[in-house]
Design a protein around this ligand. Structure first.
Ligand code: SF4
Ligand code: SF4
Length: 122
């Protein structure tokens, strides 16, 4: 059984793949992702490519060992988390390097950082 910590990171950055094109409105964030909780609002009916267990059972069972498939998915989750940590570091760096920032830009950056930190805690 795949163990997911519900970070929601696989539900953002969807603009990198054609397969998920219908799930977002150009910003790469899934339209079904609840941004307050980072949980899927259609979890029980989510597409097959969002459902690791079902994807394996229906499409890969005869082609590879489940253990290998799960390992690949865990590696993908780790890569997403590293990418997100890097994003948080870059925002912190930007804030520290602009001593007299325009109020609107500062608010935008702080809001982004707050979101990154909020997701770090999930
Ligand atoms: S990135 Fe991995 S751990 Fe995070 S929600 Fe997606 S499947 Fe779960
Ligand atoms: S449908 Fe649900 S699980 Fe799939 S990307 Fe969107 S929010 Fe994530």
């Amino acid at each position: 059984m795949f163990s997911c910590d519900k970070c929601g990171l696989c539900c953002i950055g969807l603009d990198k793949s054609e397969v998920t094109a219908d799930l977002h409105n150009g910003d790469g964030i899934c339209k079904y992702l609840d941004l307050d909780t980072m949980l899927c609002r259609i979890y029980e009916e989510r597409p097959i490519f969002c459902n690791i267990e079902r994807y394996y059972e229906e499409l890969l069972k005869d082609k590879m060992e489940k253990e290998d498939f799960l390992r690949l998915n865990y590696e993908a989750c780790e890569a997403k988390k590293k990418e997100w940590e890097e994003c948080g570091r870059n925002i912190r760096k930007m804030i520290s390097k602009i001593p007299e920032m325009d109020e609107d830009n500062e608010r935008i950056l702080r809001d982004s950082l707050e979101k990154v930190e909020q997701m770090d805690k999930l």
